[in-house]
Structure formats: C-alpha cells, structure tokens
Design a protein around this ligand. Sequence first.
Ligand SMILES: *Cc1c(COP(=O)(O)O)cnc(C)c1O
Length: 400
Amino acid sequence: MNSKPPLHSDSRLLHADDALHEGSSLTPPIPWSATFLADDASTFAQMASTPMHPRYYTRYGNPLHQRVARIVADLEGAATGLVTASGMGAISTTLFGLLRAGDHVVAQRNHYMGTTRLLSDLLERFSVSCELVDQTDNQAFARALERPTAVVMLESPTNPDCSLTDVRTAARLAHCAGALVVVDNTFATPLNQQPISLGADLVVHSATKYLGGHHDLTAGVVVGSEALIERLWSTQIVMGATLSPMDAWLLLRGLRTLSVRMERINASALTVASALAVHPAIESVSYPGLPGHPQHSLAREQMSGFGGVMGLRLRSDYAGTAAFVSKLTLAQHAVSLGGVDTLVVHAAAMWAGSLDDEQMRQTGIEPNLVRLSIGLEHPDDLIADLLNALDAGFGSSHSG
Ligand SMILES: *Cc1c(COP(=O)(O)O)cnc(C)c1O
C-alpha cells in the first residue's frame, strides 16, 4: 500500500474541495440560479428529500456553499459545515438551532457585540437564560456550570483586549456538565487555532473577516459533526440567512490565499505591536503574541499564530485618541477587521451606540482605546504611519 502523507493546510485550502469539482474550467462556474432542474420525477423526489442537497434550491444549498464548507470543515478538523450570509447568520442559526425555551447558556462577558445581544436580549425573549462569565477565569466557568446548561458559547481571542479563553479547560468543564460547546474562531482563523482539537463541538466564523479577507463580502460558516450540522441546516433553511452564489464564489477565492495572508499578517502584527509597545505615547498594547500579554503562555499553548488584531491604549483622552486616529493615512478608518487593508477604529466611538458608560468600563473600552487590524501593507510603512501620528501629538493629551 502506498499511503501519501497528509497535505499541509496551505495545500488543503486549494484542494480540500477537489472531489466536488465539475466540468473542465479550473475555477468553478458560478451557479447563478435560485433553483435547479430535475432530470425526471424520481430525481426530483430524491432532491426534495435529501438534506443539504447542493442542487435543489439555493436557500437549501448550493454547489459553492458546499465547496466553501468543505474547505473550512477540513481545516477545522470537522466532518462538515454550513455556509451563511454573515457571521451573525451562522451564530444565530447555531444558537436557535441548538436551544429551546427553558434552556440555559453559559457564555462570556466579552463577545462580539451581536453575539452578546443575541444571548442577553433576543434569546431571553424566547425564555433561554444566560450567565455571562469572565472568560479568563476557569473557576467562573466551573461555578456557572453547576447549573444545568445546554450550550457553552466561547470566543477567543475577543474584542477589544485580545483576551483569551482557555478553550480546552472550558470545553472539558462543559462536557462534564453535559453541555455542547460552540467556539467563535473568527479572530484566530483555523490556521492559528483549531477549537475542535481543543474539545469544541461546533466552530463558527464570520467569514467576512479573514476567510474572505478582502472587505468585499459578508458571510459566515459553522462546522461540526454531520448530525449537528444537519440539525443546524434544518434551522438555517427557515432562518433564511442564505449566502448569494456570487459571494460564495468570492469567499472561495479568498480562502485560496488564507495561509499566505495569515503568515504575513501574523508576522506584521507582531512587528507592529512590538514597535508600539515601547513608544512613550502608548500606555499599553494588547496583543496575545507579546510576552507581556497576561495570557501569553495560554496563547502559545492553544494558538500557532496570533492574528492581526490588537488593542492600543494611548496616553491620552477621548479627543486626543480621536485625533490620533484621524492623523493616520495608511491605516483606514473603518469598522471590521481581518482583510487586506489595515483598519483602525476608536473603540469608544464605535461602541457608544450600543453600550452605556458602565458597560464600556466593564468591557474595558476606555476613551483612549484604539483597535488596529493589521493588513498586508509592509509593516515598516505601517509603523511609520503610526509613529508619525503619535509623534504629531494629540492636541488635548495629558501624559502620565
Ligand atoms: C464580525 C464578527 C462577527 C459577526 O460577523 P458578520 O459577518 O459581521 O455578521 C461575529 N464574531 C466575531 C468575532 C466577529 O468579529
């Protein structure tokens, strides 16, 4: 027998979906159609009753959804996956698919804002209760899990401080309590962290970020076992967060280059974070790849790279921080993260519409906090842009 060595993830990004290839064009044609023809009556009957059929009706599935799901599932070490119209589409499909009235969820105090709202606002209206714990405290998970729990929702690293969750420990505690574990792996990507290998049952992504990688689409993915994904699919077809075939094609194209983008982004972000950490106008840099990050050893344990997002705290106030952001010329002033362009946001301005002052304090969103998502510009150019804005002073800054 001649057994080939398993392919590296770089190659799997290009070939994990080979078995789904049809026709002779190297790149897949866009199945630009809401519906698909059946050859005869018995084929139609079979299409109509097959879960996740890729050629029945696009809300139920599509050949390009299937290819994207195959690649992400492969990289995450999952059996299969489901593609949605946005990251929130994947998260809402997952939670509504798993939960019923009376269920209890344990989640983190810090999550993507949409997830927090879904858990503590929308699901509560359907009599699903939720306890939010400090993600950095394993004991807090243990205490919360003394109560019967259906789902443990995790996310690591998180906004805005790049705080980490000990995924292996939280998943072990959750499984002892009989709960399913869902991990939002958006910030890490499947190249830097594989939550299923740490014990997760389901992994969700906002593919709008690194997986797509070019700021030109919104999409989501959830991967896990055949049984769980089929259950989520039956929710997804009534939730209706369907990714358009064109966006699925763009996402597939984005995925092909994920490993080269992440290699560069991991390296550039560490270079930029290290340069900024020693600047006198910077109070602190939160980046899991820096030895000074309070959870750096956990980061090294469960991640193989640290991604492109960091939190900067300036020695300044709200106005000075806003002025700093405005002075940047390479880093683009826009929400979102994980793409080819470096993006910067003033955290307090971004979250002012959704959090009151007390909630901002609790989530660590101080007036001097800036979130930076490193893209593919040369790191020296980014550092020059950032230092130029820092050295220009902050107007109303007060140091010390
Ligand atoms: C952006 C994001 C989401 C939501 O994804 P959309 O594609 O915007 O719906 C969820 N989780 C994390 C961690 C994100 O960064």
